[in-house]
Design a protein around this ligand. Structure first.
Ligand SMILES: NC(=O)C1=CN([C@@H]2O[C@H](COP(=O)(O)OP(=O)(O)OC[C@H]3O[C@@H](n4cnc5c(N)ncnc54)[C@H](OP(=O)(O)O)[C@@H]3O)[C@@H](O)[C@H]2O)C=CC1
Ligand SMILES: O=C(O)C1=N[C@H](C(=O)O)C[C@H](O)C1
Length: 236
């Protein structure tokens, strides 16, 4: 992703690439390069420290790295309170179609008794379920709560560990890892006698770049912490 972002920024006539950091480089020296906005695609273990260092330097941050917890987001919010004017966007998916799929699923959720999420990725991915699937399940669960729906029906009493996937806010999420895949998600919504399937496929990492560039252009205008690109697309 880092290489794809470098290429996308270099190809954008209104943006200038002033630095490209690799593993081992000093994030604390980013402001000195003149950077106004930093983009982080690293690993869950280091992204919070990167973002907090960048916020302390007064640099806006666009984050694609997954694995964020409510606690790590909370610590960034505390840092941002001391840096008014600095914006941070943490977005689990920058593909416009994926953001729309999440929004459509949340909109549909109140009308269906059952829902499950299946995410499918390349086998080099280190986290499961994907940040996108977690974000989707949370949005669907919120919509179900707001509509007064009860738990998703499931009579399972005996199962091998993992057979029913992970429970994210009461929504079952299943993770597939398969060579050849890039990033894919299906939201399955069921009622008696019918099913709605909402599916998004990223076939190439270029799919994430329009969303990343949109965020880079916007983040300076949106101080504080934002979670999810949908808020930058008027879909939140
Ligand atoms: N929001 C979105 O739209 C998308 C999000 N992602 C997420 O972005 C993240 C990165 O994905 P991807 O680019 O595929 O992963 P890669 O494994 O290809 O890249 C991760 C990068 O982080 C670097 N890195 C690893 N450890 C450290 C460290 N301790 N300090 C600094 N840098 C480190 C790696 O360097 P080295 O290899 O030298 O160790 C590598 O350059 C993942 O969390 C993924 O889920 C991915 C695609 C889209
Ligand atoms: O690791 C990936 O590849 C991806 N990670 C993000 C996620 O965890 O949701 C976004 C996209 O699915 C690709």
């Amino acid at each position: 992703m880092g290489r794809a972002v470098v290429a996308a920024v270099e190809a954008a006539p209104d943006l200038e690439l002033v630095a490209a950091l690799e593993h081992g480089d000093d994030v604390g020296a980013v402001a000195a390069t003149g950077a106004q906005v930093a983009v982080d695609f690293t690993v869950p273990d280091v992204t919070e420290a990167n973002v907090r260092s960048l916020v302390a330097q007064g640099v806006h941050v666009v984050v694609g790295t997954t694995g964020w917890t409510p606690e790590s987001l909370g610590r960034v919010e505390v840092d941002l309170a001391a840096q008014p004017g600095v914006g941070v966007l943490v977005a689990p998916n920058f593909a416009l179609g994926a953001v729309l799929a999440m929004a459509f699923a949340a909109r549909a959720a109140r009308w269906f008794e059952s829902v499950e999420v299946v995410e499918l990725h390349h086998p080099d991915k280190v986290d499961a379920p994907s940040g996108t699937a977690r974000h989707t399940a949370q949005a669907v669960a919120r919509a179900r709560r707001e509509a007064g729906l009860g738990p998703v029906p499931d009579a399972t009493t005996t199962a091998l560990d993992g057979a029913r996937g992970a429970d994210v806010d009461g929504v079952r999420v299943h993770a597939v890892r398969l060579r050849g895949l890039v990033a894919h998600e299906e939201i399955l919504l069921g009622n008696a006698g019918e099913q709605l399937t909402i599916r998004h496929d990223s076939f190439d990492r270029v799919s994430f770049m329009p969303g990343v560039l949109h965020a880079v252009r916007q983040v300076g205008e949106r101080p504080g912490l934002t979670v999810g690109l949908e808020h930058y697309l008027d879909l939140g």
